[in-house]
Design a binder for this molecule. Structure first.
Ligand SMILES: NC(=O)c1ccc[n+]([C@@H]2O[C@H](COP(=O)([O-])OP(=O)(O)OC[C@H]3O[C@@H](n4cnc5c(N)ncnc54)[C@H](O)[C@@H]3O)[C@@H](O)[C@H]2O)c1
Length: 111
């Protein structure tokens, strides 16, 4: 499976990235590398041919379109957030879901 992880250089996302690669999945790490990111977190998998990195902001629709068109992930784990700002994460989730039809998803946003 090809998995796209947003926030894959963060605390939770990087653990997901390392575990997924260790289990043989292809992983695309999409992260803006804010102050919260720690690239050392993904150093153990950085040399793997299963791993790729895209520096992008999840609010940048054009960048997301390019990244999804390039990598065609089977699944997305959305872990990019300022973890202390809950609303920011919710807004980003809704933005991703609204974009989903052009990536092949349903685009349905839960009420
Ligand atoms: N850390 C915990 O114990 C914990 C527990 C439960 C839930 N969560 C949730 O998990 C998610 C991730 O938490 P975390 O602790 O790993 O956060 P974190 O702050 O360690 O990492 C967030 C990552 O997201 C990236 N990021 C931030 N804004 C971005 C943007 N606009 N575009 C692209 N990348 C961006 C940062 O560069 C960073 O690498 C959050 O939604 C948080 O609420 C965390």
């Amino acid at each position: 499976m090809k998995l796209l992880v947003t926030g894959g250089a963060g605390f939770i996302g990087s653990a997901v990235v390392r575990l997924a690669v260790a289990r043989g999945h292809e992983v695309v790490n999409l992260d803006a590398l804010t102050y919260a990111a720690c690239e050392a977190n993904v150093a153990p998998v950085a040399g793997s041919n299963l791993y790729s990195f895209e520096k992008a902001d999840i609010r940048d629709r054009a960048a997301l379109d390019r990244i999804f068109a390039t990598h065609r992930p089977d699944a997305v784990m959305h872990l990019a957030a300022e973890s202390h700002v809950d609303l920011a994460g919710i807004v980003a989730v809704i933005a991703c879901l609204r974009c989903a039809p052009s990536w092949g998803g349903s685009g349905r946003v839960p009420a």
